[in-house]
Design a protein around this ligand. Structure first.
Ligand SMILES: C[S@@+](CC[C@H](N)C(=O)[O-])C[C@H]1O[C@@H](n2cnc3c(N)ncnc32)[C@H](O)[C@@H]1O
Length: 251
């Protein structure tokens, strides 16, 4: 599913049935609900032009279609975009391309989101600068980051089950999965260095664990998740950390 590029890696979802294989067959209802809860807390109610970056088949499109005049779904995979087009038709524009060189003019959008994509990106510095570039001054970005400093990872490291040190302020490459995770402090420094202002942080998918799912069920976990997203945000131990960022308006 992955091919090397000059400076980066594209996770190529063309022809991969992400919806069925990842979401439906694997029963990730709780994770889906957790994403939606966070988005509802963070995304502005009313926007002119909005883009869902690396939005796949538009899993979360119903969370933003009612909030913006024009909505665009951007992704590398043309088959994912075709699935979205089939479902949403003219309500959702689609655009294909590579995140490292977004096919949009500077200051095109007053809102964007990027969910469950950072684990595919080696060069987050470049990704963040592209997101910043396409936002209008005063625009809002909601970005989910794959966290390297999760509680299970910390425990595994302390028990010497892994060499990957979750406390190092940088990125870690998970060789078996061909994925990247990021230390929250590192990513927050990148956001700030780019010029973003961090408005709010949420801790998301706090109870992503097969045993907990078996005991509490998807809905039970979702009930626990709701308060946990805010309460646990300061410790940043969850697998997904959500950021609401603002590109400051020019003074
Ligand atoms: C795990 S899926 C997430 C999709 C959607 N955001 C969601 O939460 O359901 C990751 C998406 O990133 C896209 N992607 C991976 N590398 C990309 C790149 N370099 N440029 C644009 N999209 C990319 C894939 O095609 C895929 O649709």
């Amino acid at each position: 599913m992955t091919k090397d590029q000059d400076h980066s890696i594209v996770a190529d979802y063309n022809g991969y049935d992400y919806k069925k294989i990842f979401w439906e067959d694997a029963d990730r209802k709780y994770e889906d609900l957790a994403d939606r809860m966070a988005i509802r807390k963070l995304l502005p109610d009313s926007m002119d032009d909005f883009v869902d970056i690396a939005g796949g088949y538009g899993r979360l499109a119903d969370e933003y279609l009612g909030r913006a005049t024009t909505c665009t779904l951007f992704d590398y995979s043309k088959t994912e975009l075709a699935d979205a087009k089939e479902k949403y038709g003219s309500r959702l524009k689609t655009k294909a391309g590579d995140i490292y060189s977004l096919p949009f003019k500077d200051a095109s959008f007053d809102g964007l989101m990027m969910i469950r994509a950072t684990h595919h990106f080696k060069d987050m510095d470049k990704v963040i600068s592209e997101l910043y570039r396409v936002l209008k001054p005063g625009g809002i970005a909601v970005i989910e980051v794959a966290n390297q400093k999760t509680l299970p990872r910390i425990i595994r490291y302390w028990r010497k089950k892994t060499d990957l040190n979750p406390f190092i302020k940088g990125q870690s490459y998970l060789k078996d999965l061909n994925m990247y995770n990021y230390h929250p402090k590192y990513i927050e420094e990148l956001f700030k260095r780019q010029g973003f202002k961090i408005l709010r942080v949420l801790s998301v998918s706090n109870f992503r664990n097969g045993k907990l799912k078996a005991v509490f069920g998807n809905k039970g976990l979702a009930r626990l998740e709701k308060p946990a997203q805010t309460l646990l945000a300061p410790v940043r131990f969850a697998p997904s950390i959500y950021y609401k960022l603002e590109k400051p308006a020019k003074s």
